[in-house]
Design a protein around this ligand. Structure first.
Ligand code: MN
Length: 255
């Protein structure tokens, strides 16, 4: 199986490199990497149109070549799949991200957006995140991805799957849950500060509030489960679309 690795934390980020080492040492997988040259978290699905995409070629430890790109995660996926710089992959994996990508945060996530870009271009994709900034051992998560790949045919319909792994030692994982995207709500998002010249500025961060809803990805990870959510790009609200039928009768021109 040919796999394209990307992420939003950068080409040399430990999460991506640990996953690369775990997969590339397995003869079943041929791996290439096309990833941003540095930190591009929370850039969402942005692409670069008014600047060139410089791409530095790197020889990969277990064979082949990869590219560190001065662009966004979505740029990397588009360049890899449409720029003819690497092989055509059977699967795209975005990650392993440092920090969770859950609920409505997927709108901001470079990790999930890169995977979605793969799915939009017809390549099945996994977004994988380690849901912690303190527990930084990516090996258990990488081993889980390997296990997931061996069983993928049973769970994949060829689209996008968002996987979040709790930042805990393997022995403390509660299991695997299939979930829906929850709603990520933050408190104390903007902190007001003053610079040395007395100018006010704001720093955006915030604390995620616990999710009380059932069956969400947020709740599952909160409780120590690995969360698996299937996603697609169709944001259409079909129920509300039906409710607007009457409106079209008033808006349509009649001759
Ligand atoms: Mn990131």
């Amino acid at each position: 199986m040919r796999i394209l690795l990307t992420n939003d934390d950068g080409f040399f980020a430990p999460g991506l490199q640990t996953l690369y080492h775990t997969l590339a040492t397995n003869p079943a997988y041929e791996i290439t990497i096309v990833a941003p040259e540095g930190q591009r978290s929370a850039v969402g699905h942005a692409i670069t149109l008014f600047e060139p995409l410089f791409a530095a070629k790197h020889t990969l430890k277990f064979g082949g070549e990869g590219f560190a790109v001065r662009g966004t995660p979505s740029d990397c996926v588009k360049l890899a799949l449409q720029g003819d710089i690497v092989f055509k992959p059977d699967l795209l994996i975005s990650g392993i991200n440092l920090g969770q990508n859950l609920g409505t945060d997927v709108f901001y996530s470079g990790t999930v957006s890169a995977a979605l870009e793969g799915a939009l271009l017809g390549v099945p994709a996994l977004a994988v995140s380690l849901a912690s900034y303190e527990f930084r051992d990516f090996q258990p998560a990488a081993d889980f991805v390997l296990k997931l790949l061996r069983n993928l045919n049973r769970i994949s319909d060829g689209g996008l799957i968002n996987v979040n792994i709790p930042g805990l030692p393997t022995k403390d994982w509660q299991g695997v849950k299939l979930t829906r995207l929850g709603k990520a709500v933050y408190e104390n998002i903007f902190e007001s500060r003053k610079d040395p010249r007395g100018r006010i500025y704001y720093w955006q961060s915030g604390t995620l509030t616990p999710d009380k809803e059932e069956d969400t990805d947020l709740r599952a990870v909160q409780e120590g489960y690995i969360s698996i959510t299937t996603m697609h790009s169709d944001l259409t609200d079909y129920n509300r679309l039906k409710s607007l039928t009457v409106l079209t009768e008033h808006l349509n021109f009649t001759s």
